[in-house]
Ligand binder design. Structure first.
Ligand code: PLP
Length: 379
């Protein structure tokens, strides 16, 4: 039996003793490594390929996601770009319909230009997933809970379909992080993360991860990774290691605050609908409970008018009107203009991502202060 996740965030199993007994991982700020002799290597040759600080981070994330290997990329989008390199012209990928807008953008520009085909469907409905599988379908790309409408997809069932039809099962685990959910344990072949969010946790660094449960994929990914050069810098790797140390306490506190804010939102006359997977009447409540250890701290809600939405965004004080999520600061996002601005209007409207739709990423501030801020903003 390995250690619990709280411990794994701080101590990697099999961690080495660092030079001079440094308790923290040193930042190896170097581009290259000397060779002790012809044909000899210290284990590191060039930082685009690997670097000791980044290797430590990758091993930590592999430990958290139960992966055989993880590559740390400069951003979440860089990890997605790397992922696309695994496909060939003519391949078809089935995706959750309300993915993060940047994922849709990279699929519809870079992906389609390379001859890939994408179908966006409500993956909460497993029958729909089965119906959309074609001769050339090669992968299922899932976000659960989805961004920003919090739709839940049954990861075990997707895993079964992927196995039966020999499809690659990819999950974006950014919203719940490995602290609350481990898709690789439920049948996924690959997990993508925007490490910028909960893993980094402080809204100060961009990062991305691509983790895999399969040795054959790990080998392909490592080759593509060093070829493309989408790596995370040693300093940013250090910041991510530092961020991950507090992942468990941040996630718990963020979730606790989110649950209280959800209860407050439900009592507001101007709030028409709350999207949070921790609510028992959320359609994905049971499935989320069966596959994740929490509901997390992302909340979306609809207000009575676009004016109320705009007023709230403009009036908040300690809550910050900004794109992104997952950090210690509570961020308020207007998906229609920000994260999902590039998603086609028809898709946005069908999903309800309209002018009255808001998203909150709850931080670790005092929850009474957060509620007081929302109260004065909605009044
Ligand atoms: N996946 C999800 C769910 C996201 O929310 C984001 C960013 O918002 C990304 C991927 C992309 O990550 P990054 O911004 O680190 O490039």
């Amino acid at each position: 039996m390995g250690h619990h996740i709280e411990t794994k965030c701080i101590h990697r199993e099999g961690e080495e003793v660092h030079p001079y007994g440094s308790v923290t991982v040193p930042i190896y700020q170097t581009a290259t490594f000397y060779h002790p002799g012809l044909g000899h290597s210290t284990g590191y040759d060039y930082t685009r390929e690997s670097n000791p600080t980044r290797t430590e981070l990758e091993k930590i994330v592999s430990g958290l996601e139960n992966a055989v290997d993880t590559v740390a990329c400069s951003t979440g989008m860089a990890a997605m770009g790397l992922l696309l390199e695994l496909f060939e012209e003519g391949d078809h990928i089935i995706c959750t319909e309300d993915l993060y807008g940047g994922s849709v953008r990279i699929f519809e520009t870079v992906g389609e230009k390379r001859g890939l085909e994408f179908s966006y469907i409500g993956t909460s409905d497993i029958e729909q997933v089965k119906k959309n599988i074609k001769e050339n379908t090669k992968a299922l790309y899932i976000e659960t809970p989805s961004n920003p409408t919090m739709a839940v997809t049954d990861l075990r069932k997707i895993g079964e379909i992927a196995k039966e039809k020999d499809l690659l099962f990819i999950a974006d685990n950014t919203f719940l992080s490995p602290y609350f959910q481990n898709p690789l344990d439920l049948g996924a072949d690959l997990v993508v993360h925007s490490g910028t969010k909960f893993l980094g946790g402080h809204n100060d660094t961009l990062a991305g991860f691509l983790c895999t449960s399969r040795e054959d994929l790990a080998e392909k990914i490592r080759f593509l990774y060093k070829t493309i050069g989408c790596c995370l810098s040693p300093f940013d790797s250090f910041l991510l290691i530092r961020g991950i140390k507090t992942l468990s306490v941040r996630m718990e506190r963020q979730q606790e605050n989110a649950a209280k804010i959800v209860q407050w939102l439900l009592k507001q006359k101007k709030v028409k609908k709350v999207y949070y997977t921790g609510l028992e009447d959320h359609p994905g409540y049971e499935v989320n409970k069966s596959q994740a250890r929490g509901a997390g701290s992302m909340i979306s809600f609809k207000v009575d008018s676009p004016e109320t939405a705009k007023q709230m965004l403009e009036r908040v004080n300690i809550i910050t009107y900004a794109e992104s999520l997952g950090g210690v600061e509570t961020l308020f996002t207007y998906p229609m203009l920000q994260t999902h601005g590039d998603v086609p209007v028809e898709t946005r409207e069908r999903l309800g991502i309209t002018e009255d739709f808001l998203r909150l990423s709850i931080g670790i501030e005092n929850v009474e202060d957060l509620i007081a801020d929302l109260e004065q903003a909605i009044r």
